[in-house]
Design a binder for this molecule. Sequence first.
Ligand code: 5GP
Length: 204
Amino acid sequence: MADKGLLLVLSGPSGVGKGTVKSAIVEKKVFPFEYSVSMTTRKPRPGEVDGKDYYFVTEERFKQAINDGELLEYNNYVGNYYGTPLAPVKKMLEEGKDVLLEIDVNGAQKVREKMPDGVFIFLTPPDLHTLHLRLEHRGTESEEVILGRIEQARKEILVMQDYDYAVVNDTVANAVDHIKAIVDAEHVSVKRVIDDYRKMVMED
Ligand code: 5GP
């Protein structure tokens, strides 16, 4: 049987750029992995493809998935549900494939409780001032909403203590390089390879 793959959980405060970093990893195929496509009740944005970016579903279908235990975790974020379908994640890990989840901090906390073996990567803004500028630059929120988000980010940054790694998103290229280094190191960490070596010395 193939060795189990790594469960890579990329999370961090809202507005930090998780989606952009994830897209860069996916597009440049920085390392071999499968992306876990989430289910959501939010409407697709222009250019988003059902089954690739998300599974876009109705609230009724989402609630059925919750009731039937189909989700590893889920959360309601600004009025929309988001969740990780469990079966494909389990299957890919069992096939020895690394699986990447890009989810919010609430979801990551639930995954940590159920799958503590995962590699939990916390993406941080270089500082709160930069986060403020980024949110302003997006131009979609009022100053009041932005200040609310900064306050939220202050609290979310403290949950970093439950993660394995903190990666600063100063530039997307730097963040991607650090994540690749983490994945490479995790593949050779003794706790993950010791069983193979035990088998090797027993066979000889
Ligand atoms: P967006 O609507 O911008 O695509 O995503 C909004 C937020 O939902 C982001 O913080 C993203 O990381 C998070 N998200 C995406 N998929 C999931 C998921 O399956 N579970 C959870 N808990 N959060 C998710």
